[in-house]
Design a protein around this ligand. Sequence first.
Ligand code: FMN
Length: 252
Amino acid sequence: MDKEKIVAMREYLTANTWMNADFSRSDQGQKVEMPPVQKAVREDQELIVLPEVNPEVIQTSSFFDLVTNRKSRRKFTDQALTMEELSFLLWTTQGVRKQAGKHVFRVVPSGGNRHTFETYLAVNRVESLANGIYRYLPLEHAIVLETEFSDEEELKEKMRAAANIYTFFADAAVGFMWTTVPYRMEWRYMECTAKMIAIDAGHVCQNLYLAAEAIGCGTCAMGAYNQTKADELLKVDGKDEFVVYMAPVGKV
Ligand SMILES: Cc1cc2nc3c(=O)[nH]c(=O)nc-3n(C[C@H](O)[C@H](O)[C@H](O)COP(=O)(O)O)c2cc1C
């Protein structure tokens, strides 16, 4: 165990970097244009517009019950999710709540409202969706297909590889995989970025826990995934965009 390194890493969790930073040096301070809030869609990609968020998918609306019953769930039934349920889960985790010019506010908080995450879905069982990797577009409340897997076993195999030893990820109806595009935060917060992104991720996944619980589903936060395999599955470069968190969702 490299104790010095471990202790040095603690600094990343303190606010000292914040107090010592000169934000006038940031790209924002230097008047560089704000980066886009979501990744562009390729010309060959068609938008699959999600059903409007419908609170009727909620089975348990007691906040007290949701918080009390929430737990990490690693066993799922073979039941598929409906598009309405998927719409609800995406909206509760990254949905847009308000737009004011170029400022986009979502249902989850984010340090400086920077929102660096992209939500990818590894779809095994969602009614009317082919198996494959999809990406959520919060601005349009739509998804786009990134990679189709005609062989469902091949996708499950890749999900298992991405999930390290947590093979239950591949049993899910849908695997949520969040990447970060760190520059969206670095543009303002420079070296303070890593802490902010890590904290932001917790808010997103906690909403997934509660939203899943509310619709008769379950999830389990996953921080100990295989970085290389997860990035490969989503075809992200591992540098300017990389996976930071994963969570399977299925009926329980
Ligand atoms: C940041 C974070 C990372 C986690 N990573 C994993 C993981 O990689 N694999 C796993 O099976 N569970 C993981 N979990 C779930 C925890 O093991 C679980 O929350 C903990 O055991 C408490 O159980 P509970 O969620 O049912 O209360 C993670 C939870 C958090 C918050």
